[in-house]
Write a protein that binds this ligand. Sequence first.
Ligand code: ASP
Length: 323
Amino acid sequence: MYKDILVIHTGGTISMQENEEGSVVPGETNPLSIQTETLSSIANIQVIEAFHLPSPHITPRHMLMLKDIIEEHYKKKAFDGVVITHGTDTLEETAYFLDLTVALPISIVVTGAMRSSNEIGYEGLYNLISAVRVACEDASKENGVLVVLNDEIHSAKNVTKTHTSNVSTFQSPQYGPIGIVTKGDIFFHHHPTSREKYSICDVTKRVTLIKAYAGMDSGLLLAIRDLQYDGVIIEALGQGNLPPETVEGIQQLIQSNIPVVLVSRCFNGIAQGVYGYEGGGRNLKELGVIFSHGLNGQKASIKLMVALSKTNKLSEIEKIFTI
Ligand code: ASP
């Protein structure tokens, strides 16, 4: 029995072409639209052209629209899985947003490509076929939102784009892929240990993301307070430390009930309150800074935005970040 798979195209290089000047651009039509027949030998396919956007143009509003499209279609007629094609630049953010917010008994797989449709070595159609095959697997429903490219299956929570141009760009630092795609089969070898879901209907909160560096001071932190952002993520140094000159800004933000969430700018490991010196992680924790348990900066931003649409209580937001 063929599975019912909804394919949602959103744009990105997977749907683009290189023009005569060598620029990669979105064309009038999506080159993947004519491939529906190819996919029909794997599953019953329904295709939706949601957007035709490069992924740097994708906003949380588009992510929410995708969630609504999936839920509305499911309400009309249940299906087994959904495959989303997406630009690779912000693919991990959309995948993680859907992981946190869509609570349906289906598989959700996100894919993309590093080479555009008329370039030699275009891997878009191959990745799309792999993504549909993974979406057809019953086991995929248990593993949260999945990212499938280059014969690997990654969890939305851990995957990140690690290379500007290489087709093996998507990696899960520290954890590795949770499965692989082979010519004949799909194999899972790990399962995510926790799942979390938040029921939200808007994404109006403004969250910003900044990176710490030697010599950083409080200037930008005070500007963030004055600009009335709803939350801030800081990619801190090492195990979760900041230069002492930032402490004043951190205190001002927390006094203004603006959550400050710390991740590490190291791409392996977990930020935690270890050091007790001024600006050290333990000192920051005592000031009310929230530690994010291993998410990268862009994922923590998505989680904070989702958390803020449920509550603005710092203690509750902190609890959400312990999951
Ligand atoms: N800049 C492109 C995008 O994210 C890159 C890609 O799709 O690979 O839309």
